[in-house]
Design a protein around this ligand. Structure first.
Ligand SMILES: [Zn+2]
Length: 335
């Protein structure tokens, strides 16, 4: 693959991933090597592992980008932080993070505090393909502001109050505020986190991802990224991230300022990101993915560019918010 090129930009010369592997698992060389690692295991054990994985998936429910997606968003953001923002982020991070924001970007999924579960997504009316905060940002008990965009506003405000000259509100746990914000900025960029109410953002649409049974939401949280890493990036997430980063400075460089822009000089604009997501959900995620369908090369190769761009946008915008929140002039003025 040409350096600096996303996997999804590679021309396949008319030979599909499927065609190259007729009768075999739908994989490229790297994935086949990965499969061979299992060769010493019996099929019964594999079947058992498979069942446990499916169970884990069912228990997990709505989560957000999988670990890899959240890691990618935060890793990209780290590269775009100003020195001041980076210093404040490091101050706020827990010791367990080892100074790296990306290492705690799935913390909000891991904690499983029940009150936080509606904060990972927002449901929109079926087939409307639009989003409105006042109409949509409720949890299932009808409590307003309990959705992903409400959470982004909330945690941005908490950090803003502490770092932008207002009287710091000490009741806030600013470390948690940072980790929540970093996570939810990722989630709001996953198109099916702003999906339809009737199918819980694709969670109830059962499909096959190549030969595996799963649901459409999980395809967008995990499977597209997993398959891309294995098929195009030598099973190395770092290479996928580096490739996305090269595209930010190359193919997408003219778009970066519009990605970062928020109207009225607002610190963050999650309503905009959510509106983009539901449009992408309609145009790409739900399209040709009816219940019972099998999603293969056509779907994978046409949706991967969307996933990669959303990871890039999530990272760039997370950095932009943190840079606005943690400006040193303000800290000096406050001191
Ligand atoms: Zn999440």
């Amino acid at each position: 693959m040409k350096k600096g090129m996303l996997a999804s930009q590679v021309k396949h010369g008319g030979t599909s991933v499927k065609a190259q592997n007729k009768g075999k698992p739908p994989v490229h060389e790297n994935l086949r090597i990965h499969y061979m690692g299992f060769s010493r295991m019996g099929w019964l054990e594999l079947l058992w592992i498979g069942r446990v994985l499916v169970l884990m998936q069912l228990v997990h429910g709505v989560a957000g980008w999988g670990k890899d997606g959240h890691y990618a968003v935060c890793k990209i953001a780290e590269g775009y932080l100003t020195q001041d923002a980076l210093a404040t982020v490091k101050e706020l991070l827990p010791d367990s993070a080892g100074g790296e924001l990306a290492s705690v970007c799935s913390w909000a999924d891991d904690i499983k505090w029940q009150w936080t579960s509606p904060l990972h997504y927002v449901n929109t009316p079926d087939f409307k393909c639009n989003y409105k905060y006042s109409r949509d940002c409720y949890d299932s008990y009808g409590r307003i502001n309990n959705c992903v965009t409400g959470a982004i506003f909330n945690y941005t405000k908490q950090l803003f109050s502490a770092y932008q000259g207002y009287k710091p509100k000490l009741k806030y746990n600013l470390t948690e505020a940072l980790m929540f914000l970093a996570h939810f900025m990722g989630d709001v960029h996953q198109p099916l986190h702003v999906g339809f109410t009737g199918n819980a953002g694709g969670n109830t649409i059962m499909v096959r991802w190549y030969h595996r049974k799963t649901n459409l939401h999980h395809v967008w949280d995990n499977m597209i990224i997993d398959s891309a890493v294995k098929t195009f990036y030598g099973s190395d997430l770092a290479i996928m991230i580096q490739t996305i980063e090269r595209n930010i400075t190359d193919a997408w460089s003219n778009n970066i300022s519009s990605w970062k822009y928020c109207r009225y000089e607002k610190t963050v604009c999650p309503n905009w990101y959510a509106a983009e997501s539901v449009r992408l959900a309609c145009k790409f995620a739900y399209r040709n993915a009816s219940p019972g369908s099998t999603l293969e090369d056509d779907y994978f190769l046409s949706r991967l560019p969307i996933v990669e761009k959303r990871l890039a946008q999530g990272g760039i915008r997370l950095a932009a918010v943190l840079n606005r929140l943690f400006k040193s002039e303000v800290k000096i003025a406050r001191a």
